[in-house]
Design a protein around this ligand. Sequence first.
Ligand SMILES: Cc1cc2nc3c(=O)[nH]c(=O)nc-3n(C[C@H](O)[C@H](O)[C@H](O)COP(=O)(O)OP(=O)(O)OC[C@H]3O[C@@H](n4cnc5c(N)ncnc54)[C@H](O)[C@@H]3O)c2cc1C
Ligand code: FES
Length: 262
Amino acid sequence: MYLQGKLTIQAQIELAPNIFEMTLTGELVQEMKKPGQFLNVKIPSSDMLLRRPISLHEIDSALNQCKIIYRIEGVGTKILSELQPNDSIDVLGPLGNGFAIESVIPNEKILIVGGGIGTPPMYQLAKALKMKGANITTVLGFASQKVMFHLDKFAELGTLFVTTDDGSFGTAGHAGIVIDQLIANQAFDAVYACGAPGMLRMINERFKTHSRAYLSMEARMACGIGACYACVCHVDGDESETKAVKVCDQGPIFETGKVIIL
Ligand SMILES: Cc1cc2nc3c(=O)[nH]c(=O)nc-3n(C[C@H](O)[C@H](O)[C@H](O)COP(=O)(O)OP(=O)(O)OC[C@H]3O[C@@H](n4cnc5c(N)ncnc54)[C@H](O)[C@@H]3O)c2cc1C
Ligand code: FES
């Protein structure tokens, strides 16, 4: 169930240039149960009518606290970055279907892939899978060492590989290089990915017929709750090109092979 409500900012820190982590508290946290869900955040400015979708990075029900991580892309995220502790934000959430983790059983081998600002939701996912006793391998791809964050948090939950496009840290190149090496030697029971379209296409190709491989998609959104059709993407294999799914409420998580990634 999603609700509209206020969350209070407890802390806001700049993790890397233009990348901010906001710690939020409020009753709405009790509704946040599934990794991969997101909040549609109202930007506190009278001329910004559309909310901005931001994934839940971490949920702590006991502390009534959640965290989001966002990169400044335009006016909305710039305004968010200027908010201070004790300010409150109006959010709609939690929205979206979240990652399917119900079928994961102890000792299953799980591959988690995150790219750049697609990395945040993968942390709550990794935490939830660790709680289920899964064996986690994470591959994170960043543009450069300068924009990396929270590697230590991911490393605590399993085996971590990092790639950077410019070779400034970890393996030089894109995440697919490491993934190809990994899948040459082992099979994964489930695969979860979130990142830029290029990364998602790569995962979609590698795991198209895998029965438990999931992609978190991004789309420009308006309502965030399935009412306006602003966020549709097309269904793979639909020759009539008339079938579409809404990323906000039927997604943002889809099985590989199901949607066209532009
Ligand atoms: C389900 C979902 C979860 C998301 N989670 C996160 C997150 O955890 N952290 C984060 O930093 N961002 C996330 N985003 C992207 C975030 O919503 C956009 O960056 C944000 O809305 C930009 O708002 P703005 O006003 O700053 O920029 P705008 O002025 O609206 O746009 C500036 C630039 O950003 C691009 N942009 C805007 N919205 C999107 C989008 N939805 N997808 C791709 N590019 C976009 C525009 O094309 C434009 O070039 C998520 C998007 C979706 C759909
Ligand atoms: S954003 Fe309105 S239907 Fe998805």
